[in-house]
Structure formats: structure tokens, C-alpha cells
Design a protein around this ligand. Structure first.
Ligand SMILES: [Zn+2]
Length: 197
């Protein structure tokens, strides 16, 4: 998993998902231990050694105490707690979702009629409305813990958005998490181009 995720992160970087050392990524190993990327890496150069092991309380394991984890590590641990089947959490700072949510006052994004809605968790047809929750941005990780727990029922598609920041995608494996990420990014790009035609 670590090897596959490292390759995936470099590919996501190439597609504009992690500019300027931003974003963070994690996975659960076969022992259900969580590994998260360390802070401040240019993702074009990310290596397997750049993952830090967390203990059962979500803190950095003793062997990695000298290494600074991503500032948003708590968002990853909250998602794994809320969704025990999740094995991978990806984070993106891609431009189109950010541009789109900068225009929106509401607390969710709606998509309807797109074939690619089927790339999101649990969606089997284009014929319906998909709503993805938007949270306001904050540097206070306890805010996200509270909001995500409170809004868990809105998180069924494996995606949530942070306004003018980026989005998180998760899944039961890397394949699924990446499908959620790419599908949501595609839908946001379509909406942005239609709104600005
Ligand atoms: Zn971020």
C-alpha cells in the first residue's frame, strides 16, 4: 500500500492536486495502524519514508517523535473513526473545486445529470441529485472533528469540501479513494466551466 500510494501521490501532484508542498495523505496498514504524510514535503519527491506512524490515540508513535506530521492529521483520524471500512484518505487542493466553492454561500455543492456522478460512493445513475457537504475553513482541527461528526449522514459519497481550501476523498482501498477524488474534481470542473461560459 505504501508503495502504491507514494506513486499515486506523485501522479496527483502532476495533475495539480498538491501545489506548493500542500495536502496530506494517509492509509491504514494490515494491522489497522494509520500512516500519514509528514509536513512540508514537495509531493513530486515524496518517498515511502515520508509516512509517519500514528499510535492508537492518533498521536505520533514514539519512533517518529522527531518528525512533524501534517497539520491536518486529525482530519484523517476523524474520518477513520467515522468510517471504519476506510483504508485510504486523500486530500486535494485542486483549483476547480476551490474556485467553485468560493462563489457558493450554502453548505453543500449539488450535481445533477452527470454520468460521472456514478464515480462517487453509492451512486448508480446520472439521474438524480448528489449533494457534497462544504465546511468553512479553519486552522482549528477540533472544528472539523465536531462538524464531520455532526454531519456524518452527509458524508456517504466519500467526499467533503472545505471552502477556499480543498477536499478530502476516502475509500476502502486506494482504487476507490482515487475514483472518488477524480470524479469529484471532474464534476467541479464541469460546473465551473458551465457557470463561466
Ligand atoms: Zn489542505
Amino acid at each position: 500500500m505504501k508503495s502504491d500510494l507514494t506513486i499515486c501521490i506523485r501522479q496527483l501532484h502532476d495533475k495539480g492536486h498538491s501545489p506548493g508542498t500542500s495536502t496530506n495523505y494517509s492509509f491504514k496498514d494490515n494491522s489497522n495502524q494509520i500512516w500519514v504524510t509528514r509536513s512540508g514535503i514537495d509531493k513530486i519527491n515524496i518517498r515511502e519514508e515520508d509516512f509517519i506512524l500514528l499510535d492508537e490515540n492518533g498521536n505520533v508513535a514514539d519512533a517518529y517523535k522527531e518528525t512533524k506530521p501534517s497539520a491536518e492529521t486529525d482530519i484523517h483520524t476523524v474520518l477513520y473513526n467515522l468510517f471504519p471500512d476506510a483504508k485510504v484518505v486523500l486530500h486535494s487542493h485542486s483549483v476547480f473545486p476551490i474556485a467553485l466553492t468560493s462563489l457558493m454561500k450554502g453548505n453543500h455543492l449539488s450535481f445533477s445529470g452527470y454520468e460521472m456522478q456514478k464515480g462517487l460512493n453509492g451512486i448508480v445513475t446520472h439521474d438524480g441529485i448528489v449533494e457534497i457537504p462544504i465546511l468553512d475553513n479553519s486552522q482549528d482541527m477540533s472544528f472539523f472533528k465536531h462538524e464531520l461528526t455532526y454531519r456524518k449522514m452527509e458524508l456517504n459519497q466519500g467526499i467533503f469540501m472545505i471552502r477556499k481550501h480543498g477536499f478530502y476523498a476516502w475509500g476502502k482501498d486506494l482504487f476507490e479513494a482515487k475514483r472518488h477524488l477524480e470524479s469529484f474534481d471532474y464534476l467541479c470542473q464541469c460546473e465551473w466551466l458551465i457557470l463561466n461560459k
